[in-house]
Design a binder for this molecule. Structure first.
Ligand SMILES: [Ca+2]
Length: 313
């Protein structure tokens, strides 16, 4: 087997970031090194790479690239199988995540990514996006060349208690996490619960919706075992100003537990959690228990890949 002359080590990385998403870079296996070497254009300077792009960009897609400090570059072009795509180089990590958020909203999937250093020693990324329902056309081709597509892994779910509150107003006391007025016991499904938001009615709590979130769930409950907590209220959820959920009064539910489950349309930006006090807010010790965002899994790969770095030889 021929060893690639450029022999760049460590092509598998994990990069983590806001809201816990993780970028898994494109990975190459040594078994297909010959095929890749034949298919990659010869080493080119930045200028030559630009000329090649001008020549091939409308008919071909670069599905893998290798960059060196200040050049030269190596690109693997395949004929475009008839899809729209988006490729960028010299992208900072911060920009990458910003663009990724926008791409998700329009249904694009990150399928290729490599990392290299610029002259300042900063990490730069080459990144390729394609429509998620046609991305297999590129990923299948990558695999023929021994390239494992890049991907972004999102956590399957996340507690809203780990996210910043954008804005809020409550009717009494303050907005509290895991505690309530007089520290009354809080039970959910008969078990002690500490994962809750205490937001005395009338209240409104606003969160930004992270990219790719598909649903919101919670239980509307009240503290237990105290005859002073006899208020009445109901729950409302709004997405981008539009009401998408309205419960009945708390008292109408078995065990005074309101199941809340809301689908979140792609591209939604803001969610409001509202507790309506039903005429008066006396003793309305309202709680959102286990408030959770869930991500869609339509292209979320499982299981997670191994995390150790690998050397390519
Ligand atoms: Ca009330």
């Amino acid at each position: 087997m021929k060893i690639l002359p450029f022999c760049i080590a460590v092509l598998l990385f994990y990069h983590g970031l806001s809201y816990g998403q993780v970028l898994v870079l494109s990975k190459v296996d040594s078994a297909h090194a010959d095929a890749r070497e034949k298919a990659l254009n010869t080493w080119s300077t930045d200028e030559e790479a630009g000329a090649l792009w001008n020549q091939l960009g409308s008919t071909h897609i670069s599905i893998y690239t290798q960059r060196q400090l200040g050049g030269p570059n190596h690109d693997l072009y395949i004929p475009n199988p008839g899809i729209g795509y988006w490729v960028l180089s010299n992208v900072s990590e911060q920009s990458l995540w910003k663009i990724q958020e926008e791409k998700i909203k329009i249904g694009d999937e990150l399928v290729g990514a490599t990392i290299y250093k610029n002259e300042k020693g900063e990490d730069q990324y080459w990144v390729l996006w394609a429509p998620h329902n046609k991305s297999y056309l590129l990923k299948d081709k990558m695999r023929e060349y021994g390239i494992t597509p890049a991907r972004v892994i999102y956590p399957p779910k996340m507690s809203l208690l780990d996210l910043p509150v954008k804005d809020y107003k409550v009717g009494f006391a303050d907005l509290w996490i895991g505690k309530n007025v007089d520290n009354r016991e809080v039970l959910l499904h008969g078990k002690p619960c500490e994962e809750y938001l205490f937001a005395h009615a009338p209240s409104r709590v606003v969160y930004s919706i992270p990219a790719g979130v598909a649903s919101f769930s919670a239980w509307g409950i009240r503290p237990d075992g105290d005859s002073n907590v006899t208020g009445s209220w109901f729950y409302i959820v709004k997405i981008d100003g539009k009401e998408v959920f309205r419960s009945n009064p708390l008292q109408e539910y078995a065990d005074k537990e309101v199941p809340i489950d809301v689908q979140i349309p792609p591209g939604s930006k803001e969610m409001e959690l509202i507790v309506d006090p039903m005429n008066n807010g006396f003793s309305d010790h309202s709680i959102w228990a286990e408030p959770t965002f869930k991500w869609q899994d339509r292209w979320m790969p499982t299981p997670r890949m191994e995390t150790q770095d690998k050397e390519v030889k």
